[in-house]
Design a protein around this ligand. Structure first.
Ligand code: SF4
Ligand code: SF4
Ligand code: FES
Length: 314
């Protein structure tokens, strides 16, 4: 297999800006991106920098962007990603490049540390081990697969615009401890994550779930975390109010009331309400302002039954 690697190179001490360098490499069929990078470094250009360790999709150190999407270099076969014989490799996003494909993961680790990723148990040694039933362990299995590769954080759209956002991996880990029946601090965790730029900041774009190489499905964890937050009665935040207003509106009329939704989401905050005035005026002028009070649609009873069935199913 002949592959042209187009690799983003950057040495902040020598280069003014990142540039792309081509390497033409002969590789065996089935070779991974990491096989190619190692061959380039060993045989063609020893100055190329990248991280790797286990070569088995376990250590999480070799994540890079391949054709624009984050993935593990050691787990990714080249063949399906070749475009006219070319493979583009770049460093992870949302983190500063230290050199070539090596990024400074400090922001990622800070967010992980921020959710206090350890079990808060009572400071007594139990007489016997904590036995957790299978059904209580089940929700922890997916988030426990995380290998901290930061692929999800790299490609998260919210993390790109909001550096304070906890990010998908930290939220998945946060959920993992909230859902652990042995944890003694779930209530505080829920409150802390709900008030911070965490539980409710995710835009549900699904990218983290798509790129995660270990099938952690961070967005599912975030959705479950939101459910636990509301169930715990921690609802005095715009995110929780948005969910409650959404459900209330659909249950009441069978449709979404687009006037009351933003008002209920923001709560009584004069500054926030004032900031919505220009768009409300524009919509009114264009005749696009929905009525503040809407009649229920004829099928509203069916919709209520579906919602009740979904609630019972939870
Ligand atoms: S679903 Fe949420 S956490 Fe995941 S990448 Fe999108 S914005 Fe980020
Ligand atoms: S959730 Fe998946 S993509 Fe994110 S750090 Fe963990 S293993 Fe990597
Ligand atoms: S080298 Fe360890 S995950 Fe790829």
């Amino acid at each position: 297999m002949e592959v042209r690697f187009q690799i983003q190179r950057f040495d902040p001490e020598a280069d003014r800006r990142p540039y792309t360098k081509d390497y033409d490499v002969s590789l065996f069929d089935g070779a991974t991106v990491l096989d190619g990078l190692i061959k380039i470094k060993d045989e063609m250009d020893g100055t190329l920098s990248f991280r790797r360790s286990c070569r088995s999709a376990i250590c999480g150190s070799c994540a890079v962007r391949v054709n624009g999407n984050a993935m593990l270099a050691c787990k990714t076969q080249i063949q399906p990603h070749l475009r006219n014989g070319v493979l583009k490799v770049a460093p992870l996003g949302n983190m500063r490049v230290i050199k070539d494909l090596v990024v400074d993961m400090t922001p990622f680790w800070q967010q992980i540390r921020g959710i206090q990723p350890w079990l808060a148990t009572k400071p007594v040694v139990p007489e016997r081990e904590n036995i957790v039933s299978q059904d209580k362990v089940e929700p922890l299995l997916k988030p426990a697969q995380c290998i901290m590769c930061a692929s999800c954080y790299s490609d998260c759209n919210v993390a790109e615009v909001d550096k304070a956002f906890a990010g998908p991996a930290a939220l998945a880990k946060g959920f993992r401890f909230v859902a652990d029946v042995r944890d003694g601090a779930s209530g505080e965790r829920i409150k802390r994550m709900s008030g911070a730029r965490a539980t409710w900041e995710c835009s549900r774009c699904y990218t983290c779930t798509e790129v995660c190489p270990k099938h952690v499905a961070p967005l599912d964890c975030i959705s479950l975390l939101r459910g636990k937050t509301i169930a715990a009665g921690v609802t005095d935040t715009p995110g929780a109010r948005h969910v409650e207003a959404f459900v209330e509106s659909v249950k009441h009329t069978g449709r979404l009331n687009e006037v009351s939704l933003p008002l209920k989401t923001r709560g009584f905050d004069p500054k926030a309400l004032l900031s919505m005035a220009p768009i409300a005026i524009k919509m009114t002028i264009k005749g696009k302002m929905p009525l503040p009070i809407e009649r229920p649609i004829p099928e509203v009873e069916d919709i209520r039954r579906i919602m009740e069935a979904a609630e019972e199913d939870k």
